[in-house]
Design a protein around this ligand. Structure first.
Ligand code: NAD
Length: 473
């Protein structure tokens, strides 16, 4: 492997190159782990998650300065356990070489695709679901027979430290390892010549990461951000839509890559939507400041960014509806009430930037074609949500829009469906994990032709003058 230019090894800068070399060496000693080995590796993760559930919940809550146990269990631990059991059950089929068509010129032969592990996968993790987004790609990488190095987020340090400890307790360093640290470590990490690199984070940093990977021609999976729209059809009951959307938007206080980012609402239903959404949020979170169910914003910087969006919208003439502000003072707390933004325009940050927090612009539309055009005029999002009981109309809308994934009459639940690929498109990312597509994402699909004892080339070999092509002259 060619040596990347790394900065000096310091207490903050681990010897990343040595770690990768050790993993590559260990991988080459067992380049095609059998099913039992892969299952053993997955089972270790399963048991570690079950045994350390309380510690994980506490660490995540510490990083957020408050996140409920239920949210961490539902959105981080449970989907990981499901993902492990998914691959456990299907590994035999996924690992089996696939027979393919044999063309006449190749006969007799056997033609197949073998799914071979690529080697060592690097995984860069964001802060918002610091366990799920670290281990979900890891599950796919391990199922496909790889080793992995993870870089946790500096903005979720308690979770990063715990993850490092849990992984070290369960895996040899040359099998799976976790690196902690800030941007300097992340920068050097992404310069390593991994066999595959998964980056989950912002589109802006995704560009930097892809450039670094290009130096090594390392294939990348980029799980990026974007503005995931919701369209509500005029015939869909608005209270029902508002309730379902409020459930999704409330999770992690909107700090989710697939959180509904803005609503395209039939013009005459905007008021009804705002009232029903406020009521649903109020029921789910009757208070905010002292409510352990409502997650705080991860850092002061993120909170200032979100407050800046609201200030910008208000100054430019939008109306803000703050839900459940109560009499409580939010003081130094990093909690932020959910705020609807009415009358937002394209000049406002709330419609230009990914929100990634408890703010929801409601944009009126007059015809469904206009709503679809609004979505299609903007960068392709990570997720798209459409509310309509009419299946053929919903299929038509899905066919006319592009997004990484989609839900009809729901938000975000496609991430939890372990048998479908998860990933973005265009500026919201490339590549997938989850499902058979995830297994293949971390494998090399190697095309193999096997010849037997009968050598047909004896009949199609030079001298070409004797050959049947002559009949075409
Ligand atoms: P971020 O891009 O700031 O950071 C993500 C990771 O990249 C961190 O581990 C960080 O240390 C590292 N990093 C930062 N600068 C780097 C650099 N110059 N070179 C290499 N690595 C660097 O993102 P974030 O703030 O942690 O997360 C929020 C963003 O992530 C949002 O845009 C959100 O939509 C996106 N996201 C996407 C998904 C998905 O599955 N598509 C999931 C969660 C979050």
């Amino acid at each position: 492997m060619s040596a990347p230019q790394l900065t000096a090894v310091t207490p903050e800068m681990p010897d990343l190159e040595a770690m990768l070399l050790a993993q590559k060496k260990a991988y080459m000693a067992d380049p095609m782990p059998d099913r039992a080995t892969r299952i053993r590796r997955l089972d270790k993760l399963h048991n570690a998650l079950v045994d350390n559930k309380a510690r994980i919940i506490a660490a995540v809550s510490k990083d957020f300065s408050n996140r409920s146990a239920a949210e961490t269990e539902l959105a981080e631990i449970m989907p990981l356990l499901d993902g492990i059991s998914y691959y456990r059950k299907r590994l035999k089929r996924l690992m089996k070489p696939q027979r393919r068509h044999v063309s006449l010129t190749l006969m007799p032969a056997r033609v197949e695709v073998q799914y071979q592990p690529v080697g060592v996968v690097g995984i860069v993790v964001p802060w918002n679901f610091p366990i799920f987004l670290a281990l979900s790609p890891l599950i796919g990488a391990l199922a496909a027979g790889n080793r992995a190095m993870l870089k946790s987020s500096e903005f979720a340090p308690a979770t990063g430290d715990l993850l490092k400890q849990i992984i070290a307790e369960n895996y040899a360093e040359d099998e799976v390892t976790v690196v902690t640290g800030g941007v300097e470590v992340a920068t050097e990490f992404t310069k390593l010549p991994f066999d595959h690199l998964v980056f989950t984070g912002s589109t802006q940093v995704g560009r930097i990461v892809m450039r670094a990977a290009a130096e090594n021609l390392t294939p990348v999976t980029l799980e990026l951000g974007g503005k995931s729209p919701v369209i509500i059809h005029k015939d869909f009951p608005i209270e029902e839509a508002a309730g379902r959307i409020a459930f999704g938007k409330g999770i992690n206080a909107g700090q989710v890559c697939v959180s509904p980012d803005y609503i395209l609402c039939p013009r005459d239903k905007v008021n009804a939507f705002c009232n029903a959404f406020s009521e649903s949020m109020g029921k789910a979170y009757p208070s905010l400041q002292n409510n352990g169910d409502y997650t705080a914003i991860i850092t002061d910087r993120q909170k200032a960014r979100l407050e800046g969006y609201l200030k910008d919208a208000e100054e430019k003439g939008a109306e803000l509806i703050t839900i459940n502000p109560q009499a409580e003072s939010f003081g130094d707390s990093r909690k932020m009430p959910m705020t609807l933004v009415i009358g937002a325009t394209d000049e406002m940050l709330v419609l230009r930037e990914e929100i990634f927090g408890p703010i929801l612009p409601v944009v009126p539309y007059d015809t469904i074609d206009e709503a679809i055009a609004y979505v299609n005029d903007r960068p392709r999002p990570l997720a798209f949500y459409y509310f309509d009981w009419n299946k053929s109309r919903a299929d038509d809308v899905l066919a006319r829009t592009h997004s990484g994934g989609a839900c009809v009459n729901d938000t975000m639940s496609h991430v939890l469906a372990d048998d479908i690929p998860f990933g973005g498109i265009g500026p919201s990312g490339m590549g997938h994990y989850h499902g058979a597509e995830g297994f293949r994402n971390f494998s090399k699909a190697k095309g193999v032709v096997r010849k037997g004892r009968i050598n047909a080339t004896a009949f199609i070999a030079p001298p070409w003058d004797n050959f049947m092509f002559n009949s075409l002259k």
